[in-house]
Design a protein around this ligand. Structure first.
Ligand code: 7TS
Length: 403
């Protein structure tokens, strides 16, 4: 049985106050909060078996290696990857995308085409632009509609034999739209193009099955799903990870080194040069266990209720406009008529409500709507309807003060 009070007790930070008010944390899209079990995993690592991995014969190093590789298996199971070596532990979504983009710089040729969606976070735009500059490939964009959905009719027209790569987020961070990634992947494969799905905003809400999706690359960050910052995942199909060159050279990613020639280690080590975020990886595993102990059906149910209630209550405020109005995860991006989102966010903060304001690293979306940014309230399973009431009252107060 889902018991939100019991779940909230798992998160020490939810007890704190901000400006003398009880914290209402609605900035989960930026980063989620951390349950005690994940904090404990971090403390346990540094208190009991802090050591470098894959290299020591001593007990601590062996224990740390075992726990780190155990975490990789948890991630493999969670995403249903076929092999554990298809799971590359990275510094996060941005790092994962750059590993793939950099790898394709020696593969793409002038005139090849890359398709991205209009709903991307800058981290799923800029690396591909850099790739185009290096290779002479051409970037095409799937446009968006007023309701925030992608123009799939245009996507199908953009695909052709020159298309080599397609990039799209699973859930848009700025609007919360859930994109039709099954259709995107299936259509791209008909043209033998590879697809990378940015799952940064999907993983707190959805358990993706990479084999069922038949996706070529799937990337995400631990900190969006109750894990720590600075660690994430790059899932790639075995043959593609084998095809891509390493991203960084260094220790751990080699098989043999001489001054004449170096041979690279096999997967996943080829992409994991240097000492990784050992503690972060282990805590990522703990976060996955925690999310699964609650269950993604229960998470979706709670978040959908919050989304429906929040939308209904915010829409009652005259002059409030919501951006992104179809097929959404629990994100409400909005503006009050004529009022800058930053001003609304600052007043909400004074009232204890944490939201993100601005362009959310998705400037093309803001340009589409001709706005400087939005106020974004992003809900997690540990949020409540009572907190939404506090948000709504705070928005009304901000409107009164700023109009
Ligand atoms: N892709 C999407 C869809 C994101 O939402 C983010 C972070 C990233 C990539 C980058 O993830 P990172 O862990 O490498 O930084 N999004 C946000 C956000 O919406 N507010 O703050 C960070």
């Amino acid at each position: 049985m889902f018991n939100v009070d019991k779940i909230r007790a798992d998160f020490p930070i939810l007890n704190r106050e901000v400006h003398g008010k009880k914290l209402v944390y609605f900035d989960n899209g930026a980063t989620s909060q951390t349950p005690q079990v994940v904090i404990d995993a971090i403390v346990d690592y540094y208190s009991n078996y802090n050591a470098n991995i894959h290299r020591g014969v001593h007990t601590l190093s062996q224990e740390a290696t075992d726990k780190y590789e155990e975490a990789r298996l948890k991630i493999q199971n969670h995403f249903n990857a076929k092999h554990s070596y298809e799971v590359i532990l990275t510094a996060g979504t941005t790092n994962s995308i750059n590993i793939v983009a950099s790898g394709f710089s020696s593969i793409l040729k002038e005139g090849d085409e890359i398709i991205v969606s209009a709903l991307e976070h800058h981290s799923n735009i800029v690396p591909w632009q850099m790739l185009c500059e290096k290779t002479g490939a051409v970037l095409k964009v799937i446009p968006m509609s007023e309701d925030g959905s992608l123009r799939m009719d245009v996507y199908h027209e953009l695909l052709n034999s020159k298309t080599k790569l397609v990039f799209c987020n699973h859930v848009s961070n700025a609007l919360g739209i859930i994109n039709p990634i099954e259709e995107i992947i299936h259509a791209a494969h008909k043209f033998e193009a590879y697809v990378l799905i940015d799952g940064a905003q999907a993983v707190p809400h959805i358990k993706p099955d990479v084999q069922e999706l038949d996706v070529d690359f799937y990337v995400a960050s631990a900190h969006k799903m109750c894990g720590p910052t600075g660690v994430g995942v790059l899932y790639g199909k075995e043959e593609l990870l084998k095809m891509l060159p390493p991203y960084q050279g260094g220790g751990e990613m080699i098989e043999t080194v001489t001054f004449e020639k170096t041979t690279y280690a096999g997967l996943p080590h080829k992409f994991e040069a240097g000492t990784p975020n050992i503690c972060g990886g282990i805590a990522f595993g703990a976060a996955i266990d925690y999310m699964n102990s609650i269950g993604f059906d229960a998470i979706a149910k709670q978040e959908n209720e919050l989304l429906a209630y929040g939308t209904q209550e915010l829409e009652k405020i005259e002059g409030l406009k919501i951006y992104g109005t179809t097929n959404k995860a629990s994100v409400i991006s909005f503006n009050l008529e004529e009022i800058h989102p930053y001003d609304v966010g600052s007043i909400l903060d004074k009232l204890g409500v944490a939201v993100r304001t601005g362009h959310h690293c998705a400037q093309p979306i803001m340009n589409f709507y001709s706005i400087p940014g939005t106020v974004r309230a992003s809900f997690a399973f540990y949020n409540t309807k009572e907190e939404i009431d506090i948000l709504v009252a705070a928005v009304k107060k901000a409107k009164m003060m700023l109009s």
